[in-house]
Write a protein that binds this ligand. Structure first.
Ligand SMILES: Nc1nc2c(ncn2[C@@H]2O[C@H](COP(=O)(O)OP(=O)(O)OP(=O)(O)O)[C@@H](O)[C@H]2O)c(=O)[nH]1
Length: 384
């Protein structure tokens, strides 16, 4: 079976690290295989499992705080940023071992937003997801989420992660040795029972929900969440006792199939769309640059480009005085890079040779160093 990645994400204290420890030992004893383990939490003091890759080996969190004069969260983001610059090497390391392992499990920082909403978090997630089938395990502290409002907030967070990562997700209700997750399963499948829980909560809390505003907000949000729930799988586990881990691994296998059938194609489609948009954007800005340089596009441009280029050459002699019309009350005196004689000499349709001559003159006026740099930059731009 091909190697799959499980990224563990969850609010601070939800039990990610303990879950990782249990998952690690469960795979070892039940599947008779070791998982490939990665720790991405730079701030953790001790991890209760052996990691194949540990961010702390390459980045010293306290040094990052000192050197960059950052607070704890800024230092986590910066550490992840530094780590993400080497992500291709990390992926290569995992790829080299892909025949030896079935699971690659990844622990993330407790400060969930540092990972989920940072550029480096996206780069790391994307890099894994584009190389291996990847599933997000969203860990929830079950006892702490037995209040319907807290539950709703947590589910909204999970929802935003699902839509951001566009990866299959399993919501893992952890700590079921303390509180059974049946209530959560019921709330997620039966809207009326969730409404009733809200009502009961409202009646008992005269300050928070008593106004009715909170209740109606939650009611309308929960309707939206119904759509989200339909895309999820849920599972109750206890990282202390090991209960529910067989079911969790079965769900991961099911989610991998979903990844292959739906998410992979969807991701490829989005990537292709992005590439095409980027190509279009580059073409547009190149055409814009050509137009700025007043190079005739007719020889190379597309039909639309040529039509646009015609608009420029359509301007009659005399229309062009080198100035753009401005509002009367604008009040700001305009400043120009070139002297008036340079601006107004030559016509808008003058050829490339003439244009080059004018640039040459302008370059000589503005200094040799600057001119060669500018020319180089333009050349670089066109090559790109
Ligand atoms: N009863 C019970 N407690 C648990 C379970 N899993 C974790 N805990 C406890 O929950 C607390 C937080 O667990 P961690 O594994 O450190 O949580 P975390 O999400 O990694 O924490 P941060 O990375 O600091 O956000 C610890 O006191 C754990 O002992 C569980 O299944 N049952």
């Amino acid at each position: 079976m091909a190697l799959k990645t499980v990224i563990c994400i969850g609010m601070a204290g939800s039990g990610k690290t303990t879950f990782m420890q249990r998952l690690n030992s469960h795979i070892r004893s039940n599947k008779k295989k070791t998982p490939y383990v990665i720790n991405l939490d730079p701030a953790v003091l001790k991890i209760p499992y052996g990691a194949n890759i540990d961010i702390r080996d390459s980045i010293k969190y306290k040094k990052v705080m000192e050197n960059y004069e950052l607070g704890p969260n800024g230092a986590i983001v910066t550490s992840l940023n530094l780590f993400s610059t080497k992500i291709d090497q990390v992926i290569k390391l995992v790829e080299n071992k892909k025949d030896k392992y079935d699971h690659c499990i990844i622990d993330t920082p407790g400060q969930i937003e540092c990972f989920v909403w940072s550029a480096s978090g996206s780069i790391i997630t994307e890099s894994f997801a584009s190389t291996f089938p990847t599933v997000v395990a969203y860990i929830v502290d079950t006892p702490r989420n037995s209040n319907p409002t807290t539950f709703m907030s947590n589910m909204l967070y999970a929802c935003s992660i699902l839509y951001k990562t566009k990866l299959p997700m399993v919501v893992v209700f952890n700590k079921t040795d303390v509180k059974n997750a049946d209530f959560a399963k019921e709330w997620m499948t039966d809207f009326e029972s969730f409404q009733q829980a809200i009502q009961e909560d409202q009646n008992g809390d005269e300050f928070g929900m008593g106004s009715g505003y909170m209740g109606s907000l939650i009611n309308s949000m929960s309707l939206m969440l119904e759509e989200f729930y339909s895309q999820l799988d849920i599972c109750g586990v206890s990282s202390y006792t090991g209960r529910g881990f067989d079911e969790f691994l079965d769900i991961v296998d099911k989610k991998v199939l979903e990844y292959e059938d739906f998410y992979k194609t969807e991701r490829e489609r989005i990537l292709k769309e992005k590439e095409e948009k980027e190509k279009e954007r580059k073409e547009k800005s190149l055409n814009g640059l050509m137009k700025d340089l007043k190079i005739d596009n007719n020889r190379t441009g597309t039909k639309e480009d040529n039509e646009e280029a015609e608009v420029v050459s359509d301007i009659e002699e005399g229309d062009y005085d080198g100035l753009v019309d401005r509002d009367e009350d604008e009040g700001i005196e305009r400043e120009y890079t070139f002297a008036a004689e340079d601006r107004l000499s030559g016509e808008i349709n003058d050829g490339t040779a003439d244009l080059q001559k004018r640039y040459q003159q302008a370059f000589e006026k503005t200094g040799k160093k600057a001119s060669s740099e500018t020319a180089e930059n333009i050349a670089k731009y066109i090559r790109n």
